[in-house]
Design a protein around this ligand. Structure first.
Ligand SMILES: [Zn+2]
Length: 465
């Protein structure tokens, strides 16, 4: 589809959206904003997309998607439940089994290996096979043969490669695009030093520098030595302005923060590009390759906010992902397959019986069964105290009878950390299935209940590798 025409369509969709925002109320339907993504929505057959974009919401379990959908809808001034996220409109859907080869509840290293490289591995391992590589590397040191990465496969089929993450580029999920590491913790050269004994291993930062990735945008400057940055063959940028001014005939390494990029809620907009801006920049650049491109875009910090039981920042980062997917849909042509999935879930829950349109970050106020409207008072627990709709099964800030009585002011503060049931220093991942949404050529391959490594296997076949 003609790009200019597509933009005009997108604009009209935005206008429709603004009009819909005025009609607040239960009757409002998300369908009023469904005027785009038509080319993607109808073309799901075929098996050889020219371009592939894989969005990964790190830790974006289904409860996060549901709460995020309501959060985004309420930010638009609506009740929220009827809202549709950009990827809610995708035609294909699958449930993904996320376990690692040796872990019932997984981590991002093993799951990203499954999604991107097409095989499951041990928890904590990036692109090394569980049956031989992991044991051998721990006992005998690194080296030896490893299976090709998605970057290798894309390059073998002549395509360009983009890696985008709001986490450090050396973090487990982006690393799975280009690196092999027996431990996800070998991010920098200094991580190879004692007390660890990773004989012969190469840091993930060094592997990025020597990789064939064309555009790598994210955080993690502290994981790279000055010599490594100088050795990058192409432009190196550290601000949004530098990115936009980067020469368009060179590879680009963007390191926009010392560590992870900011949560979207805290992002300094002139310094750090948004996930949507990085996505569209990379699509613009890579679409000059007549053979197409493969891109991985990670919303890496949904996971981090959840680990800190701060639902607000998790949902704001989901909103940033929603906007990035919408921007990609508006720009993509019909030869582009777009996947949106998560690597794993979190123990994040949405509960109680809050009335329709109750603030998603707020205290539970139930339904008055006589009037059908909201109860006059908050719902109370057995200790006579109000409670929030959103919570976590484990983590710090355990809810007890002696806990402070919550107020809506407290719990709707952006820094509020939701209460938990099991006392752990950090909240954990969860083991239930995650969702995968697919649109574009090849999308029909993704349906039913799938093992996570079947995603990577399908991608390899589509690339003819
Ligand atoms: Zn995590």
């Amino acid at each position: 589809m003609n790009v200019k025409f597509n933009r005009i369509k997108h604009l009209s969709a935005l206008l429709l959206l603004s009009a819909a925002a005025v009609q607040v109320g239960c009757a409002a339907s998300g369908d009023t904003q469904a005027a785009k993504s038509d080319s993607l929505a109808t073309e799901t057959a075929g098996n050889s997309p020219k371009n592939v974009i894989i969005f990964i919401g790190d830790g974006m379990g289904i409860s996060t998607i549901t709460a995020g959908r309501i959060f985004v809808g309420q930010e638009k001034g609506r009740t929220g439940e009827e809202n549709k996220l950009s990827f809610d409109k995708f035609p294909q859907l699958a449930l993904i089994k996320t376990y690692n080869t040796n872990a019932q509840v997984p981590d991002s290293a093993g799951t990203a290996t499954a999604i991107l490289s097409g095989y499951k591995t041990n928890i904590g391992a990036v692109n090394v096979r569980p049956d031989k590589d992991v044991q051998k590397m721990f006992l005998e040191g690194c080296g030896g043969e490893t299976a090709p990465t998605l970057t290798d496969k894309a390059k073998a089929s002549g395509k360009s490669v983009g890696v985008i993450s709001t986490a450090r580029l050396t973090h487990a999920t982006p690393a799975a695009m280009f690196a092999h590491s027996v431990s996800r913790d070998i991010e920098a050269d200094k991580d190879l030093e004692a007390p660890f004994d990773y004989d012969g291993c190469v840091s993930i930062s060094q592997q990025l520098i020597t990789s064939e990735v064309d555009l790598a945008l994210g955080g993690g400057r502290k994981e790279f030595t000055d010599a490594q940055v100088a050795a990058w063959s192409g432009a190196v940028v550290s601000t949004k302005a530098e990115l936009m001014a980067a020469p368009t005939d060179q590879r680009v390494l963007g390191l926009f923060n010392r560590s992870h990029m900011s949560f979207d809620a805290d992002r300094p907009e002139t310094e750090e590009p948004s996930l949507a801006e990085m996505t569209t920049y990379t699509m613009d650049r890579l679409s000059s390759d007549p053979d197409g491109y493969v891109m991985m875009v990670e919303a890496g910090r949904i996971d981090h906010a959840h680990h800190g039981t701060n639902a607000y920042r998790a949902l704001k980062d989901l909103q940033a992902l929603d906007e990035a997917v919408a921007a990609a849909v508006a720009k993509a042509d019909k030869d582009t397959l777009i996947l949106v999935t998560a690597d794993h879930s979190h123990v994040f829950t949405m509960a109680g019986y809050p009335v329709r349109g109750n603030p998603i970050m707020g205290l539970v106020r139930g339904v008055d069964r006589k009037t059908g409207g909201p109860d006059a008072d908050y719902s109370l627990d057995q200790d006579g105290k109000p409670y929030t709709t959103l919570g976590y099964q484990n983590g710090p800030n355990v809810r007890e009878a002696s806990s402070d009585t919550l107020t809506d002011n407290m719990v709707q503060d952006r820094d509020y950390r939701q209460q938990t049931a099991v006392n752990l220093s950090g909240e954990t991942h969860a083991g239930e299935d995650v969702a995968l949404f697919a649109a574009g050529p090849g999308a029909a391959r993704f349906s039913g209940v799938m093992e996570q490594d079947e995603i990577g296997q399908a991608l390899a076949e589509m690339l003819g590798q």
